[in-house]
Ligand binder design. Structure first.
Ligand code: SF4
Length: 971
């Protein structure tokens, strides 16, 4: 352990313990910067840089760069940040463990010791993304969904159990415990950590810091912990001892004043902040909240705001540590020793307490008066599109008629009163409206008898649920309904964002109670679900007696996991799906999640609105979104009297009183221990053992990826890309979900066809997210989102492109008879494979914010495995850009206002990227040379979005994984 700046000091670690720390006040006394005026988030990163300064990975210069951080013009320097721990969820964690296993196999093949591949910092993986809402609205939903989850994911779980025994520093939290960020907040986070260096006689303390393979890792910022989401590829490098590199950021200081008004929730506040900060363009910046308003917010509210920082675009949404942070640790069952060490450490570092205005220098100063926040929702396609509650109905009606090109749904001459009768039970024979799922996939229109068709489900009488197959007949609510544009068909209380917050969850329960007491009912067409982020929520909903009211409305517990928030909303009743399809309905979902991009929540639901849990219950009762709940009734009570939202809405004092009676530290301690023992199903899963994973060619979940095929110890050279074809041309805001969807696999898609060819039935496809351990499925699923629009094939949706003759071939064709296809439409995967036959390099052209959305390493891995060498975009989302570099794909940015559209590109052109060599530097300019089909050439300057020197190394090595592997093998 080094002490380059002589800052190692003793401090009172509480409970009679003495500890050491690297003192920031001592560093300030050296006179190398006004550290006490730095944003707290920057100071925490500085502590890591100071503590890890060894002259190699972290240099003296790095410490000086941060101590001299200039608020108004931060140096554009790369900071090596060594984090204390890493968190993973299973969708991103499985491929990461697959990569580690593949690295071990590669090391073994090269004759090395596979154990050199071992996480060097603690890694926690929470299995939370796999549970799907197959069953709902019944007391057995939780158990049946869990059974389905284990049945579907057995192979993945077996593999994870192998990982659990193969890697020493890897803790696995099995399914059914909670959502990663809520588990992190309630259990994994310690606030301050310690280690025992051999050179010291006491423990060395340091702040809890982390990166996670999920964009909402920032939820932990609410507790004063610095951390953010990175791609799986960067997290892998972090595990293997590489610092996480980032450029010295600007820090936006948001001064909070005032208090939230009666009837306004933390969700309303976060939607307000998301809209405000999106407009302020905080992408790639740290945001730090402070002031008396911030101090007045409890940690769950702060965590809600931190959680949504990817939605406002910031790297972090950080709240400094204060008494509230310590109180939260105590209230959630952390030990007294832990809480006092946390408080004493931050006091010793002079970082304790919510800063006041003027105490810290920020790059940009913003003000938020909490009293300005109004009840609102956000949608229907983006989380930053906030709508004040009274305006929802009007906005929805306008969007229905607005042209598609302007973000609307392009419907004409609508009669919103037109509804379609849908039968949700009965045993009438299959009529012509009962098309099979495959028919629907193929776009066959089963009928056109508007307003007349009565769809009848031919389901047997519900079984008592002896086993899953029998119970599956009972997975839908029974009855009949009339649905139309704006009908709410999914109402989900879900997501770590909100379900970690007792105030909004209790508000949902109180609203449900009042609704039940008045005899209000929810239409059977609405798929209702409750999926809290941890079992603590169930405990307090049970203790307060509120769960029974939620149950009566159909918000029965369906699982502890992401469910609808990640798109695992499960099927709608088949007749509902058919009606939506047949009448092209713009139906709605309402959810307390944080993302509502097209096709994320459910493939058939086009309008998705984010809102607080109590509003989810309210809109489920109303059954529609074309309504102003501030004026119009949401239903009629048992006496036929109109009931309004204001009649059901709980007061702040009611919520507070109920909360106080239910939240106890013992509950957290009781529920967060002996995980495996609490989940016998997990124990029943057999797993293989040993240091090397035995790849099974029969598995369609876990497959050895080809990243280390033909691996050699010598990295390649940076070369120009010549004779490339466009695989896709996309507009603005293409999300990682468009590039690599997480949800359902369509039977007619390349991935679906592949699974069918492997003998897998459509019903057993599971989701893309669950197949991320298998590159053969994921490569086929790249750019396969059913809503992605490739502008090369105007008017189409889905993963289609045009295949052109490889550069250099004549249109006469190889035989001289048949012309080589010039613009033949086919799937993106098929085209990529055809181009691969002729070794034709591929590029992607895109608009602004390319790769926005969840951090998703498969969006970069799939791009690479399709043979894409470069992505040229108007701008990139932070994590996706770095993931592309991490996979050896070159991100390039158009300059000025240039775009594929302004250049008039249609994909028939031949492209070259020149000006690339081993000498390139971050931000270097290169040239995109375009040869039109008539032979004319033009040149366009583009900027390399390789942003840091280390990324040049990653790119030259073909990505982070080969870079790290070469380093480990030469140690
Ligand atoms: S999918 Fe939703 S609930 Fe799950 S971790 Fe992400 S934000 Fe949280």
């Amino acid at each position: 352990m080094t002490d380059e700046f002589k800052t190692l000091k003793k401090f009172d670690a509480a409970n009679g313990r003495e500890g050491f720390l690297h003192s920031l006040p001592a560093l300030e006394r050296h006179g190398i910067g006004k550290i006490s005026r730095l944003p707290v988030s920057i100071r925490i990163v500085l502590e890591s840089v100071l503590r890890n300064c060894d002259g190699k990975k972290v240099r003296r210069k790095d410490v000086e760069t941060l101590t001299n951080w200039n608020a108004k013009s931060p140096a554009n320097e790369e900071i090596p940040f060594v984090v204390a721990r890493i968190v993973l969820q299973d969708f991103t964690g499985v491929p990461l463990v697959v990569d580690l296993a593949a690295m071990r196999s590669a090391v073994k093949k090269l004759g090395g010791d596979p154990k050199i591949i071992e996480p060097l910092v603690p890694v926690d993986l929470v299995v939370d993304h796999s549970v799907q809402v197959d069953f709902f609205g019944s007391a057995k939903a939780l158990q049946l969904n869990l059974e389905m989850e284990f049945k579907r994911n057995r192979e993945r779980y077996q593999f994870l159990k192998w990982g659990q025994q193969a890697f020493k520093t890897f803790q696995l939290i099995p399914p059914g415990i909670g959502i990663v960020h809520q588990v992190n907040l309630e259990y994994l986070a310690k606030g301050v950590l310690s280690s025992q260096p051999s050179t010291l006689n006491s423990q060395l303390f340091f702040p809890d810091t982390l990166v996670g393979t999920d964009s909402h890792t920032t939820m932990i910022n609410g507790l004063g912990v610095v951390g953010w989401g990175v791609g799986g590829i960067e997290a892998e490098a972090g595990m293997l001892g590489q610092p996480v590199y980032f450029l010295t950021p600007e820090v936006v200081g948001v001064h909070m004043s005032g208090q939230l008004r009666e009837g306004v929730t933390a969700t309303d506040l976060v939607l307000y902040i998301t809209q405000l900060l999106r407009a302020q363009k905080v992408v790639g910046k740290f945001v730090e909240f402070y002031g008396e308003g911030a101090a007045s917010l409890p940690v769950p509210d702060r965590a809600t705001i931190g959680n949504m920082s990817p939605e406002y675009g910031a790297t972090m949404g950080y709240f400094p540590v204060d008494q509230e942070s310590v109180n939260y640790l105590r209230a959630t069952g952390r030990t007294d020793e832990q809480c006092r060490a946390f408080e004493n450490y931050f006091r010793a570092q002079k970082m304790f307490g919510m800063p006041r205005k003027g105490e810290i220098d920020y790059s940009v100063d913003l003000d938020v008066d909490l009293a300005d926040v109004q009840p609102s929702v956000a949608g229907p396609k983006r989380p930053q599109d906030r709508i004040n509650l009274p305006e929802l109905g009007k906005t929805f009606r306008e969007l229905l008629e607005k042209p598609v090109a302007d973000g609307g749904y392009g419907k004409k001459n609508l009669d919103l009163h037109e509804k379609y009768l849908v039968q949700l039970n009965g045993s009438a024979p299959r009529d012509r409206a009962m098309a099979s799922t495959d028919e629907i996939d193929q776009g066959i229109n089963p009928g056109d008898e508007r307003n007349k068709i009565e769809m009848v489900a031919n389901r047997p009488t519900p079984d008592s649920g002896k086993d899953i197959e029998a119970a599956s007949s009972d997975m839908f609510t029974h009855g009949q309904s009339r649905i139309g544009h704006g009908s709410v068909l999914i109402a989900a209380i879900t997501s770590c964002t909100n379900t970690s917050n007792p105030s909004v969850m209790i508000a949902a329960g109180l609203l449900a109670k009042k609704a039940v007491e008045r005899g209000l009912l929810i239409d059977p067409a609405v798929k209702t679900s409750l999926a809290p982020g941890s079992r603590v929520v169930s405990d307090y909903l049970d203790k307060t007696g509120l769960q029974k009211y939620l149950d009566q409305l159909g918000f029965n517990l369906v699982g502890y996991g992401c469910t609808t928030c990640i798109g695992n909303s499960g099927p709608l009743h088949p007749n509902i799906e058919k009606a939506i399809h047949e009448f092209d309905l713009v139906a709605a979902s309402v959810l307390s999640g944080n993302r509502n991009f097209e096709a994320r929540v459910h493939q058939h639901i086009k309008a998705n609105f984010l809102m607080s849990p109590p509003l989810v219950v309210a809109f489920a009762l109303a059954g529609r979104v074309d309504v102003d709940l501030s004026r119009e009734p949401l239903g009629k009570d048992k006496h036929g009297k109109e009931t309004f939202l204001r009649d059901l809405w709980p007061s702040l004092s009611e919520i507070k009183e109920t909360m106080q009676s239910a939240l106890k530290p013992e509950t957290y301690r009781e529920l967060y221990r002996d995980f495996a023992d609490q989940n016998p199903k997990w124990n029943d899963i057999p797993s293989s053992t040993g240091d090397i994973y035995q790849w099974d060619e029969k598995s369609d979940y876990i497959h050895e990826p080809p990243f280390f095929e033909n691996f050699s110890m010598e990295p390649g050279h940076i070369k120009e890309i010549r004779g490339a074809r466009a695989l896709g041309i996309f507009g603005d805001s293409v999300t990682t979900d468009h590039i690599s969807p997480a949800g359902a696999i369509k039977a007619t898609s390349p991935a679906g066809q592949y699974l069918i060819s492997r003998g897998i039935d459509h019903t057993d496809f599971n989701s893309y997210g669950s197949r991320r351990g298998n590159d053969l499925v994921m490569t086929r699923g790249t750019f396969a989102n059913v809503r992605i629009k490739n502008l090369m094939v105007p008017g189409t949706e889905g993963g289609v492109t045009k295949y052109f003759a490889p550069a250099g071939e004549t249109p006469a064709g190889p035989t001289g008879k048949m012309p080589v296809p010039q613009g033949e439409e086919m799937s993106i995967f098929d085209a990529a494979m055809k181009y691969a036959e002729t070794k034709t390099p591929l590029i992607i052209l895109a608009g602004h914010e390319y790769g926005t959305g969840s951090s998703r390493d498969w969006a970069a891995k799939g791009t690479r495995l399709l043979g894409v060498k470069a992505v040229v975009a108007a701008s990139f989302e932070r994590i996706h850009r770095s993931n592309l570099v991490g996979m050896g794909v070159l991100p390039l940015q158009f300059l000025d206002q240039t775009s594929a559209q302004s250049l008039g590109l249609d994909g028939s052109e031949i492209f070259s990227i020149t000006g690339l060599s081993d000498k390139v530097r971050p931000g270097h300019h290169a040239t995109l040379e375009i040869q039109d089909k008539d032979g004319k050439s033009r040149s366009v300057p583009v900027k390399l979005r390789i942003d840091t020197p280390i990324e040049i190394d990653y790119y030259r090595h073909g990505g982070i994984l080969p870079f790290v592997l070469r380093q480990l093998l030469t140690r």
